[in-house]
Ligand binder design. Structure first.
Ligand code: PEP
Ligand code: MN
Length: 290
């Protein structure tokens, strides 16, 4: 792909982004939490639940890019402080969105990973700003963007000196209205052909439907995703944002119990995962098992 100097698959081995002990690009990494930080109680309760279910990182928006200016816009600094408390209690690293270039340096003091949302994928001044922080960046695909445009945005961040970019496919706009967006699962193997950067899937915003999140998460693992970002809320019916597609901690727990064995199953030929597979063989049968 022309113009890719630093993001191109050809220039280096696969990038592994380290966030504390979490290795994105090596293990199946699950990021879970509420759409928005609404209160300390809601965030801590959800954080404890996703940790218990086996999530690796906590998500939660303190700055929400909403379609309507009258919708809940997030708690800002107050939200970041709540996230920091949740990290302190659970040990889970924090992923949170930054929407304004002027906020990047101080938001980076709270966040372990800075998220760039779909609506800001081509906000080039924001990309340059996050490229100058020492924080990994989770770059969501613009809902109207091609893979080439997306990778050029990763290139903006890399070219500022920040090597830690994680791509996140979150669905694109098509004529289909049943789902909120159309999850482009082919992005997983395609991105792996084009770049050394890790890619994760967001089944929540791509489907917008609770009933589809489990199967799309499983499909993403089968397609080779490096991780998933899933919205979970301790009381979904009370959520201030994206209530319709937030998983309860119970449903999330059930999904987690299926995801890890599937990953091990897919890697059953791979020596590294042989031990994990052996542990999980009762949960998923391997066809070539004798
Ligand atoms: C989010 O993950 O909180 C979010 C707003 O997602 P997106 O930018 O993909 O709509
Ligand atoms: Mn959301």
């Amino acid at each position: 792909m022309k113009n890719l100097k630093l993001a191109s698959r050809t220039i280096t081995e696969r990038t592994i982004v380290n966030v504390g002990n979490v290795k994105i690009g090596r293990d199946l990494v699950v990021i879970a939490g509420p759409c928005s930080v609404e209160s300390e109680e809601q965030t801590l309760e959800t954080a404890r639940a996703v940790k218990k279910a086996g999530a690796d990182m906590l998500r939660g928006g303190a700055f929400k890019p909403r379609t309507s200016p009258y919708s809940f816009q997030g708690l800002g600094l107050g939200g970041l402080k709540i996230l920091a408390r949740a990290r302190e209690e659970t040990g889970l690293p924090i992923v949170t969105e930054v929407i304004d270039p002027r906020d990047v340096s101080w938001v980076a003091e709270f966040a372990d990973v800075l998220q760039i949302g779909t609506r800001n994928m081509q906000n080039f001044s924001l990309l340059k700003e996050v490229g100058q922080t020492g924080r990994p960046v989770l770059l969501k695909r613009g809902m109207y963007s091609t893979l080439e445009e997306w990778l050029n945005c990763a290139e903006y961040i890399l070219s500022e000196g920040n090597p830690d970019v994680i791509l996140c496919e979150r669905g694109i706009r098509t004529f289909e209205k049943y789902t909120r967006n159309t999850l482009d699962l082919s992005a997983v193997p395609a991105i792996k052909e084009l770049t050394h950067l890790p890619i994760i899937i967001d089944p929540t915003h791509s489907t917008g439907r609770l009933s589809l999140i489990g199967s799309m998460s499983m499909a993403a693992v089968a397609a080779g995703t490096d991780g998933l970002m899933i919205e979970v809320h301790c009381n979904p019916h009370e959520a201030l944002c994206d209530a319709a597609q937030a998983l309860t901690p119970e449903i999330f727990g059930g999904l987690m119990r299926r995801l890890r064995p599937l990953k091990s199953f897919l890697e059953c030929d791979n020596e590294r995962s042989a031990a994990t597979y052996a542990e999980n063989r009762s949960a998923v049968r391997c066809d070539n098992e004798t």
